[in-house]
Design a protein around this ligand. Structure first.
Ligand code: FMN
Length: 167
């Protein structure tokens, strides 16, 4: 799966909307992710309105690029009422990664913008998206057509980090 190796964070976007069909495919990718006990505690807020994007971007000091993205996808859920609350973050993270990988497959680019567990960011995004207090926005997947062509894969795969049988 080549997308896995070419994915990188994209924070600058062309001034071009993301087609609804592609947004739907990204949402399908998110919901294809595994969850603990198959609890599927996620819901997703899709943001394309420029004013709401701007407000969402303001929820974190490190989310400025969200204002100019084609679309934002925000996995949200209630970490208290789900069956395996301890696994909430892992479930949400798996959905996030699926979105980012599928974005590459669709010739889009994206970046993971941290919201949880920072209380001020959660509160800011809850307000921007009109979420009730019990529904926590986990992160923002900021998605768009990359402004620049894809960089070549320049990663160093460091196999000294791999331990066999025992650490
Ligand atoms: C949990 C998590 C939180 C992140 N939060 C932010 C963020 O708030 N703002 C941002 O610009 N990038 C954020 N990133 C993107 C990372 O900076 C990026 O993945 C990392 O620098 C590696 O670069 P790459 O994605 O191009 O491989 C986050 C990534 C992860 C996994």
């Amino acid at each position: 799966m080549q997308e896995l190796f070419t994915r990188h964070s994209v924070r600058q976007y062309a001034d071009k909307p993301v087609e609804e069909e592609k947004i739907n495919t990204l949402l399908k990718a998110a919901m294809a992710a595994p969850t603990a006990g198959n609890q599927q505690e996620w819901e997703f807020v899709v943001v394309t309105d420029p004013e709401v994007k701007k407000q969402a971007a303001a929820a974190s000091p490190y989310a400025g690029c969200a204002a100019k993205a084609g679309a934002l996808i925000v996995p949200v859920g209630d970490p208290v009422s789900c069956r395996f609350p301890e696994c909430f973050d892992a479930d949400m993270a798996a959905a996030m990664e699926n979105i980012l990988l599928e974005a590459v497959h669709l010739d889009l680019g994206g970046v993971w913008l941290a919201i949880a567990p920072f209380k001020d960011r959660i509160a800011g995004l809850q307000q921007a998206l009109g979420l009730p207090e019990n529904v926590i926005p986990f992160a923002i997947a900021s998605i768009g057509y990359p402004a620049k062509p894809k960089a070549e894969d320049g990663r160093n795969y460091d196999f000294s980090r791999v331990h066999r049988d025992r650490y």
